[in-house]
Design a protein around this ligand. Structure first.
Ligand code: TYD
Length: 135
């Protein structure tokens, strides 16, 4: 599968409301990169905006396994988007070079599947540095 731009993908929701559900993320099936790192964030207060960065190389698939998470994104062409993750089967694909600001409901748990190990040098943490970057 090839994904080129930031978008929400509806993953399969296996099960029923009687028995509960399972959703699967699997490399080469519905995840378009080798997963090198997984992290999750939680207990973010409602009034905090996280993110505030972009990545040079990193690709991510992000889920709200609980609660609701709002992403405001902007790519280098200036295209802005708002994505709402409000159900565990929705995955937000974010390729490299996308700025994001993130808001959480208090109970929200963000699960991230990442294509690279952690590298602070892969971050743009300054918006103007990001916007003036040319590949
Ligand atoms: P950051 O990516 O800035 O988080 P957010 O976008 O959610 O605000 O990371 C927050 C802190 O956690 C920062 O000090 C770096 C550290 N961190 C790691 O050490 N390893 C990781 O894999 C990640 C994602 C963050």
């Amino acid at each position: 599968m090839e994904l080129v731009k930031e978008q929400i993908i509806n993953f399969e929701k296996i099960g029923s409301s009687q028995l509960g559900f399972i959703t699967v993320a699997e490399v080469q099936k519905n995840i378009p990169f080798e997963i090198k790192r997984v992290y999750w964030t939680y207990y973010t207060p409602q009034d905090v905006i996280r993110g505030g960065h972009a990545h040079k190389e990193l690709k991510q698939f992000i889920f709200a396994v609980s609660g609701t998470i709002e992403f405001n994104t902007e790519n280098l062409k200036g295209y802005k988007n708002t994505f709402i993750l409000d159900s565990p089967e929705k995955g937000l694909y974010i390729p490299e070079l996308v700025w994001r600001d993130i808001k959480f409901t208090h109970s929200a748990v963000l699960l991230c599947l990442a294509s690279e190990i952690y590298d602070e040098n892969d971050y743009f943490r300054d918006y103007n540095d990001f916007k003036s970057y040319r590949k």
